[in-house]
Ligand binder design. Structure first.
Ligand code: 13P
Length: 284
């Protein structure tokens, strides 16, 4: 199965599952995510956020992600998460990313619409799809400035979707990036209203730390893509520490394996929760 467009992956997910979009920062994390997809026969989205490029320059990691997706026998999209600048969006597209997110949520609505439209026009030339964001998801993905939660309004989401023609829309319903300091209060009521008012696939950010029950409510009310980052980073770091504890003379390659295993375990766990097992068959 070749590298696929994110739009195609999301088009089938109203059948009671959501496609997991897993952030990766190196080859080992990409390998771990792919291993999980192969084992569960699940579709996959590999992504990296602009706020993480300080550690993993896009010119270097991007080609690795594309090669990993091509190597995977399950349908896999490669996505730029939280793109902030047109320069990074263009670079991702020219490297072959099949979708980009433009996060203009910190701009006033009209400006967010205008800038996102520009990204849609650029992405069209590459045959790639675009995710936008309306409202404000809490916390920060990497080096981004931390944001407060501003729950997405139905009217703004409708206007944004109609005027930008994005292929996917990230909505703020009470989740935040990173580990939760307090139990999140999810606005499933608002998600339901947005889903009823809009035809565009909806995206949930800030997946780390949500319960199975939270995910189930989101799946049942229109979420078709779920982003998971921190849980993979944390599980990989925990795996490295466990290897070091069990084997004080561990080599570089033991730690490299540990990153892969930590990501694999976390991706597999979330793919099962998102109902993805066996769903790659839908794309044949
Ligand atoms: P978490 O780090 O909370 O899993 O959020 C991931 C995310 O939304 C990436 O955009």
């Amino acid at each position: 199965m070749p590298l696929v467009n994110m739009k195609e992956l999301l088009a089938k997910s109203d059948a009671g599952f959501a496609v997991g979009a897993f952030n990766v920062s190196d080859m080992e994390m990409a390998m771990g995510a792919i291993k999980a997809a192969e084992e569960l026969k699940a579709p996959l989205i590999l992504q990296i956020a602009e706020g993480r490029l300080r550690y993993s320059p896009l010119e270097l990691l991007g080609p690795v992600m594309i090669a990993a997706a091509r190597k995977c026998s399950m349908p896999t999209a490669v996505h730029l998460d939280h793109g902030r600048t047109l320069e990074t969006v263009r670079l991702a597209l020219s490297l072959g990313f099949t979708s980009v997110m433009f996060d203009g949520s910190h701009f006033p609505l009209a400006e967010n619409i205008e800038k996102t439209r520009e990204v849609v026009t650029i992405a069209e030339k590459f045959g790639a799809s675009v995710e936008g964001e309306i409202g404000s998801i809490g916390g920060a993905e990497g080096d981004m400035a931390s944001a407060d939660i501003k729950v997405t309004s139905v009217a703004e989401a409708k206007r944004f979707a109609e005027e930008t023609k994005v292929d996917a829309l990230a909505v703020a319903i009470g989740t935040a990036h990173g580990n939760y300091k307090e139990t999140p209060h999810l606005r499933i009521d608002r998600l339901k209203e947005i889903h009823e008012a809009l035809a565009v696939p909806l995206v949930l950010h800030g997946g780390t730390g949500l319960t199975r029950e939270d995910f189930r409510h989101c799946l049942e009310n229109g979420i078709t893509k779920i982003n998971i980052a921190t849980a993979s980073y944390d599980n990989s770091a925990a795996e490295i520490k466990a290897v070091h504890k069990a084997k004080p003379d561990a080599s570089y390659f033991d730690f490299s394996d540990a990153i892969c295993v930590g990501t694999y375990e976390n991706v597999k766990k979330h793919m099962e929760i998102f109902g993805l097992e066996g769903k790659a068959a839908l794309y044949n």
